[in-house]
Design a protein around this ligand. Structure first.
Ligand SMILES: Cc1cc2nc3c(=O)[nH]c(=O)nc-3n(C[C@H](O)[C@H](O)[C@H](O)COP(=O)(O)OP(=O)(O)OC[C@H]3O[C@@H](n4cnc5c(N)ncnc54)[C@H](O)[C@@H]3O)c2cc1C
Length: 398
């Protein structure tokens, strides 16, 4: 995109990475996305290509074999990938969150054990908070780990694991009754290693089949059932129980920047498709773009793309600078995902009847956009985070 969603002050390395990814997206993702998505087929060749580009290790420190890049670089890469096909960004996102959590909160042994193999994409991460009975209300988690000598035994059911089948490492948030007053202080993250695949993949650990979704196809989303699954205390992220909630919230916070970036990528693509179609399609003797109503739609869409991109970049840069960004990440995620739903709908309408045909890309984008209103916390949850943050700053003495 020549003009929209440009980012000021990128380093030469960042520009080089983005140019490489953009070219990969144009050549290897966009031409295949429709077919793979309609077949709900896992994008194996694309994933292998991303491994070769080092994308799985983008934010993993160089000492562990990664590229040691910033959250901003990662978010801009995700924006490019989602412009091609959101499901591919889903393949790397949970991996990125788990690698980030291990980097931030893991013991030295956990970093050495996982990060080098995560950097190459040999170990692939999924993260699991949600359960059949809860998503927003994380503190209500019921899946339970009970200590038994040097081990823990886990029982319960988790839900909505993106990459649940294809991953080999799941960061799972479960209850460990430690007697803390506040429910969230009893939660612990376990690093669960397993083979990729479906069915009973380890004693006491079952990944039932893929959940059939309206969009976001290709990438597998699954349940996970623990039934007397036994693991060691060494599998606790950071080594100590009771810290899981804070660790996961840290992971989800960078995940929100990533969801905002995905929304930007889809919006950019929806705009690209609309601006091209509006110049080709003629009605009443002129291209539809010559009707002011359509030109103004394009102006609105481009403005939304630009606003969302700027907020996403701001949230990423704050985190990279070591500053708190919960409010800004929440705002970026809220605005980018809501705008994405609007921009894809506007593009769909500009396509007229053809937008409803599966031959046109906008049909897929229309099914992808709604997930962004839900994943990493719904819009209502973002507003809760934003308003709480604002009251911390603007609260008055009573
Ligand atoms: C395709 C897909 C992939 C996913 N991948 C993962 C994953 O990899 N790992 C994972 O852990 N989870 C994953 N999720 C789960 C996702 O994070 C949850 O669906 C999401 O957090 C919402 O939770 P819920 O579905 O239980 O909705 P609920 O929490 O039941 O919410 C239902 C509705 O009530 C609203 N609501 C809830 N509480 C409040 C409140 N306090 N105030 C106002 N409104 C409220 C919500 O905004 C929503 O509109 C995935 C979901 C999908 C659809």
């Amino acid at each position: 995109m020549a003009r929209l969603a440009q980012t000021a002050d990128l380093t030469d390395i960042q520009q080089e990475i983005l140019a490489t990814v953009r070219s990969f997206v144009d050549k290897e993702i966009i031409p295949h996305a429709q077919e793979l998505e309609h077949a709900d087929a896992y994008p194996t060749e694309i994933v292998e290509g991303l491994k070769e580009l080092g994308i799985f290790g983008l934010m993993i420190p160089e000492e562990y074999g990664g590229l040691g890049e910033s959250l901003l670089t990662y978010a801009l890469v995700v924006e490019e990938i989602a412009r091609g096909w959101m499901s591919v960004s889903g393949v790397i996102n949970t991996h990125f969150i788990v690698a980030y959590m291990i980097r931030q909160h893991g013991t030295q042994a956990q970093k050495e054990h996982f990060l080098p193999r995560m950097a190459t994409g040999e170990v692939r991460g999924a993260f699991s908070m949600s359960e059949p009975g809860l998503g927003s209300d994380v503190a209500g988690i019921r899946t339970k780990a009970v200590r038994d000598g040097d081990s823990y035994v886990i029982d319960g059911q988790k839900m909505w694991l993106t990459n649940g089948g294809s991953s080999t490492l799941v960061a799972a948030l479960v209850r460990t009754d430690l007697g803390a007053d506040k429910a969230h202080q009893n939660l612990t993250t376990f690093l669960v290693e397993k083979p990729a695949g479906f069915g009973t993949v380890a004693p006491g650990l079952t990944i039932p089949g893929k959940i059939d979704k309206m969009g976001y196809k290709g990438v597998d989303t699954t349940e996970l059932v623990f039934d007397g699954y036994r693991t060691s205390a060494d599998a606790i992220l950071g080594g100590e129980p009771g810290r899981g909630f804070a660790q996961m919230m840290d992971g989800v916070e960078v995940g929100r920047v990533n969801v905002a970036a995905r929304a930007c990528g889809i919006s950019i693509r929806a705009f690209e498709l609309a601006v091209e179609y509006a110049q080709q399609r003629e009605t009443f003797g002129k291209p539809i773009v010559a009707h002011q109503a359509i030109a103004f739609q394009l102006a609105e869409m481009a403005t939304k793309v630009e606003a969302a991109h700027l907020m996403m970049v701001n949230a990423a840069r704050l985190k990279d600078a070591g500053r708190r960004n919960d409010v800004e990440a929440g705002m970026a995620k809220l605005l980018a995902s809501e705008y994405c739903a609007e921009v894809t709908t506007q593009s769909f309408r500009i396509h007229g009847g053809y937008g409803y045909s599966k031959e046109y890309e906008i049909e897929r984008l229309m099914r992808e956009a709604p997930f962004l209103l839900i994943g990493e916390g719904t819009s209502e949850i973002q507003k809760t985070i934003i308003s709480r943050g604002l009251l911390r700053e603007y609260g008055i003495e009573r």
